[in-house]
Write a protein that binds this ligand. Structure first.
Ligand code: M6R
Length: 605
């Protein structure tokens, strides 16, 4: 949530900030702003509501000889979407940008008499006013005092009027990474804004003060002790974070799934068996677990539900899947016999992170499935299984979802093996099939035109329903989330057999019902449910394996997926539901990659 960038060095800062904000825009996009040091006039601030493109226009006259500045793209938490509330905020000699939430901003306003200095409705401006009040020419002293007073999460980049060429930064929870290179020093919320300058970077340690200068970056703890940051190296380049000829990131990311899966699966299969030696995952933790607790949010949680389905049916180990924001406020029944699996693309989702902390507090070992290297969730977990989807820019998660499922499958297979539940030959067969899921996806992608045609039927509907049984119901949950989030069509997922208990009342003439029917053993059951909605006027789109053919009495359209065991058909279904959402949103002329009210990484509660 919110994108942050700061640069100081030899190059004109405006272009670096604007280009960086374009890369970071997926983190929040209701307004944007920059502040630069103009060597002639001092701090210049430009802000606009709306997209970075509008800010770019407004910032046309920013001096090219300004080489130090900060930029921000906002996802509003406190205060509406106005220019006044957009960052950077300036009070006295302090200008800053912020990602996170300052929980005690009201108390600080009263206690430090800051009301008169405030022009916006934001919690962020209170930090600027507080810092200005505390500042006596020593930035470290003021920052240290201020962060000791702040409650909540924050990533702050600060410039002081009398410290030209320097950017100070500090964070708690909210992510920030930094890098220094030939032309200067850069700091940002994530790698997409940094990678065109440097492949080496470090994760800003929490509660440390960072000083960016044109000649390098200093890191010190709050006691003033110098700290050597731990540099990491990224293994993808900027082209991965560009559209590469596709009209939208989402479509590109859907098509990238075969390679993303290959990168995630192949290195972890040794001699035909799943192997986590390189990941440092200790077999004993898998061998000794008695039950599994999966915690995550949104699509990542739905990937967890697919994992549950496999683990319970094949290993007979009980698995609970919990919404992280619910889990973190209850008293969960977990202990040292429980393995908690945390799933997160960004590795920064605040509710998931807090759930992880609670699980550890309850003595459960935590294994996370994370896409972003060095992210907070990865760093705080006992074990990490990195997915290798590469950067996912579209707000709607696609490739991250299927690689999460593949990681679950690898994990399930290893658990089965080390616990002696599955034989080597069974696991080897399973691995061979897992290695071919990329082909399943490629084959399903050939249905794109048919799916596009289906989307044209859905686009004008106010409501739509996904129905399924078993794993198809689990996939329906993800499908309806995807459709809602980017097409703004009210979509619900229903266990097909449950419709008659109330929801069927909502079915009337032409309501789209997308029935997913990959589960062979309940195929006839779901077809009966489909007939029930069809006879009440629904426009039925049936998703089945290629060998099934149903008449127009049963469905209006049929989408065929490769015939494979339902535990592998999830990969094909994922593509179908992603493309339905994508083409529906596109047909409605919506901003597919940046749907309203959303942001990619949810770092506030
Ligand atoms: O970064 P995370 O995987 O932790 O994010 C979790 C959810 O916010 C995310 O999957 C969200 O539901 C997607 N936008 C859905 O497409």
């Amino acid at each position: 949530m919110c994108g942050i960038i700061g640069y100081t060095g030899d190059n004109p800062v405006k272009d670096i900030l604007i280009n960086g904000l374009k890369q970071l825009e997926y983190r929040g996009y209701d307004s944007a702003g920059i502040a630069v040091y103009d060597p002639k006039t001092g701090i210049v601030i430009k802000k606009r509501t709306g997209r970075v493109a509008e800010l770019e226009e407004a910032a046309k006259d920013v001096a090219q000889d300004a080489t130090c500045g900060i930029g921000h793209t906002r996802w509003a938490t406190h205060g509406g979407v106005t220019e006044e509330n957009a960052h950077p905020h300036r009070c006295g000699s302090v200008t800053l940008i912020h990602n996170g939430i300052i929980e005690n901003y009201k108390e600080l306003t009263v206690e430090y008499g800051l009301k008169e200095s405030l022009k916006s409705e934001t919690d962020t401006e209170v930090v600027a006013a507080l810092l200005d009040k505390l500042y006596d020419g020593d930035p470290y002293k003021a920052i240290k005092q201020a962060v000791n007073l702040l409650a909540g999460s924050f990533a702050l980049c600060i410039i002081f009027d009398d410290q030209p060429g320097k950017i100070f930064a500090v964070r708690n929870v909210s992510p920030m990474i930094a890098a220094d290179f030939e032309g200067g020093s850069i700091i940002a919320s994530d790698l997409t804004a940094v990678i065109s300058f440097s492949k080496k970077y470090f994760v800003v340690p929490e509660y440390h003060i960072i000083t960016l200068t044109p000649d390098g970056i200093g890191v010190q703890d709050l006691k003033g002790r110098k700290v050597e940051p731990e540099y990491l190296e990224v293994n993808w380049d900027i082209t991965s974070a560009q559209k590469g000829g596709y009209p939208h990131f989402m479509l590109k990311e859907i098509y990238e799934q075969p390679e993303a899966l290959e990168r995630t699966i192949t290195p972890r299969i040794q001699n035909g068996l799943p192997d986590f030696t390189e990941d440092g995952i200790d077999d004993s933790v898998l061998k000794n677990l008695k039950n599994i607790n999966i915690v995550a949010c949104g699509t990542a949680m739905y990937a967890g539900m697919v994992g549950k389905s496999l683990i319970e049916t094949r290993l007979r180990i009980p698995v609970t899947v919990e919404i992280a924001s619910e889990f973190r406020y209850k008293d969960p029944i977990i202990d040292s016999d429980t393995l908690t699996i945390v799933v997160s693309q960004s590795g920064e989702t605040i509710d998931t992170l807090e759930a992880l902390r609670l699980a550890k507090h309850k003595d459960s070992k935590v294994l996370s499935i994370v896409n972003v290297k060095g992210s907070t969730i990865a760093r705080e977990s006992d074990y990490v299984l990195y997915t290798h989807a590469g950067p996912e820019i579209a707000v709607a998660s696609t490739k991250a979802y299927t690689v999460q499922i593949s990681a679950m499958y690898l994990l399930a297979a290893r658990i089965g093996l080390v616990k002696g539940i599955l034989s080597e030959s069974v696991v080897k067969k399973f691995m061979t099939r897992l290695l071919s899921v990329g082909d399943i996806i490629k084959e399903t992608l050939q249905e794109a035109d048919r799916i596009k045609e289906v989307a044209n039927h859905i686009k004008n509907a106010p409501d739509a329903f996904y129905i399924g049984r078993g794993i198809d119901y689990t996939m329906s949950l993800e499908a309806s989330l995807k459709l809602k989030e980017i097409s703004y069509i009210h979509a619900e997922a229903y266990a097909a057999g449950e419709l008659k208990h109330g929801t069927i009342a909502l079915i009337s003439e032409n309501v789209p019902v997308i029935a997913i029917a990959s589960e062979e053993h309940v195929y006839s059951k779901i077809i009966s449910n489909v007939r029930e909605v069809k006879s009440r006027g629904a426009y039925v789109i049936l998703v089945t394996s290629g060998d099934k053919s149903e008449s127009t009495e049963v469905c209006d359209r049929q989408i065929r997926i490769p015939k494979v065991d339902s535990i592998f058909s999830v990969f094909a279904i994922a593509v179908v539901i992603q493309l339905i959402a994508y083409y529906t949103s596109d047909a409605k002329g919506l901003d597919v990659d940046k749907p309203r009210n959303l942001a990619k990484s949810v770092t506030v509660e």
